[in-house]
Ligand binder design. Sequence first.
Ligand code: DGL
Length: 272
Amino acid sequence: MDARTIGIFDSGAGGLTVLHDCLVTLPHEDFVYLGDGARCPYGPRSTEEVRRFALEVASYLERAGVKLIVNACNTATAAALPLLQERLAVPVVGVLAPEAHAAVQATRNRRIGVLATEGTVRSGRYAQVIRTLDAGAAVLSVACPKLVPMIESGGSNDALVAAVREYAAPLKEAEVDTVILGCTHYPLVRPVFERVFGRGTTLVFSADETAREVAETLARKGIENDPRRDGECTFLTTGPPDDFRSLGERFLQLPIPSVDRVSLSELELEAA
Ligand code: DGL
């Protein structure tokens, strides 16, 4: 048994979708969530920049004494997961391999679509991981730059539906039967994706698959907390705490009583 906390990080509040699934799967564990709100979004940034930010944030969590780190951000996983695993002593679980694995298992025609940020698509990581699992699978990835800002602003549903239709069109044209929703924000508008793709397409969301991987990792390493207890969550952000709280309460549908701020200078020191 291991009473230490699990660290989860993301570019902002989107990774709370992953925290939600972790809370459903592991209600007895304690979590500390760190959102890099001051530097969000990561999606349009260069790989080098995202790697530096991810290393700073994950190093901060490791120094805080967590037993495992969940890199809940798809863009940061695509850019930096191997780097974090090389540099840190604690296990780091990313959001990309669990979805790739689920998609390869689910597809019947071996045509898989990916919807994600520009950074994630540019990295080509989904296609690489899928092909290590099934070298004959065809992968088509589409960058969706409009979706994160639309989901965060909670604006017009018509505009969101039109954007999802636009990004889905090339995947439908290519007759994929399985689509990876490779971004923290997409589970928040799950019904829109379900209606646009219909029953014939299997949708794979990072949050469900990652929570399963976290639970398996804790169990296999023998570092689970006592299953009879109730876990607790603490929240940290590099951005304005009030912004995090209002977006976070909407995303998580849970009251967030307090959010503490971590300064960027503290983070930069951690990775130095
Ligand atoms: N968290 C990012 C991801 O999952 C989306 C938001 C951003 O661009 O930072 O790729």
